[in-house]
Design a protein around this ligand. Structure first.
Ligand code: UFG
Length: 339
């Protein structure tokens, strides 16, 4: 029987890569996306990669009536993967209500729909941001949840709690929260990738846009951290590896005969500094980047990377792509863009 999986935000960066991996694993993904942060042509690109038509519904997940109307057109829905959310940390500080309204509002609509349509499997896109100012650079799932550094981070912490409270009221829901570290790169085909709107907030698209000449130069935010080269350390993970983690999580939920609630770090387990990332990018792509060291960015943590042992143990997931692969693919994608 066809296994229909609703993917909210499925035209977005992580969503589109996950849709590809769902198809490859034999699922039938259905996208619900209002394209506020994505482009409809991504759908054709997905089709080019997988050789199948993708069904997408243009709906804002906060619109409960419209959302339920879409779901009611499918006989049996196997699961929901919920990506649809706003994600710019800085913007969330200036527009907190936008973040609470959209990220929490959409989540409540989705959880209501799980119950209404008797959908058992649910995967939620959470973030390592829940660990906030970490006590140790490497975090396990048992590391404490710290006060959020931004309203965006708060929506992920609150979101996790809402889901757990929902789950407690059900007799058979199976839920996996995935706490992502820093996704970078693009599909190896260079047909889909990240499409930041305006000036990128994140390091990777800033690097590729600088390399392309779209930005004059990159500022490294802080060179005086207590790290070997003075720049901040993160755990960068290829977006296709992250996408595969969703498929493996779903398959794992499927196998469980009892209700289940769990959460996993999805990261490479390796810390990379900003300067290391820049230097590796230059090396693998044979180019020189224009950059300078600037001030620290408020709200940034010094270093954080994953202990991803639990993901290996529970869903048999590890990274297949290297950091170099991710940097090659990010550059191939950037070069393919006409703007
Ligand atoms: N950085 C620069 N220059 C830039 C952009 C970023 O030096 O122009 C640095 C940042 O200061 C940081 C590192 O590059 O040290 C990574 O920054 P990103 O903005 O790419 O990623 P963050 O680690 O800040 O944020 C990511 C996700 C968020 C998530 C957060 C959790 O984008 O969604 O991790 O820590 F909430």
């Amino acid at each position: 029987m066809e296994k229909i999986v609703i993917v909210t935000g499925g035209a977005g960066y992580i969503g589109s890569h996950t849709v590809v991996e769902l198809f490859l694993a034999g699922y039938t993904p259905i996208i619900i996306d209002d394209f506020r942060n994505s482009k409809p042509w991504i759908l054709d690109r997905i089709t080019q990669i997988v050789g199948k038509e993708i069904t997408a519904h243009t709906v804002d997940c906060q619109n409960e009536l419209a959302f339920n109307e879409v779901l009611s057109t499918y006989k049996a829905i196997y699961g929901i993967i919920h990506f649809a959310a706003d994600k710019a940390v800085g913007e969330s500080v200036n527009q907190p209500i936008k973040y609470y309204q959209n990220n929490i509002g959409s989540l409540c609509v989705v959880l209501n729909a799980l119950k209404k349509f008797d959908i058992k499997n649910f995967v939620f896109s959470s973030s390592c941001t829940v660990y906030g100012e970490t006590l140790t650079p490497v975090v396990t799932e048992e590391s404490p949840i710290m006060p959020p550094a931004s309203p965006y981070g708060d929506t992920k912490i609150i979101g996790e709690r809402i889901i757990q409270n929902y789950w407690k009221t059900t007799s058979d829901a199976k839920v996996m929260l995935l706490r992502y570290f820093n996704p970078i790169g693009a599909h190896p085909s260079a047909l889909i990738g990240e499409l930041p709107q305006g000036i990128p907030n994140n390091l990777m698209p800033y690097i590729t846009q600088t390399a392309k000449g779209k930005r004059d130069s990159l500022t490294v935010f802080g060179g005086d951290y207590h790290t070997p080269d003075g720049t901040a350390i993160r755990d960068y993970i290829h977006v296709s590896d992250l996408a595969i983690a969703h498929v493996k999580a779903l398959t794992y939920l499927e196998k469980s005969s009892t209700k289940l609630f769990d959460y996993l770090n999805i990261g490479s387990g390796k810390g990379t500094s900003v300067l290391e990332l820049i230097k590796t990018f230059e090396e693998v792509n044979h180019l020189k980047l224009n950059y300078q060291i600037g001030n620290r960015r408020p709200g940034d943590v010094e270093q954080i990377f994953a202990n991803a042992d639990k993901a290996k143990k529970i869903i048999d997931w590890t990274c297949k792509f290297s950091l170099k692969d991710a940097l090659l693919h990010a550059w191939e994608w950037e070069k393919s863009l006409t703007t």
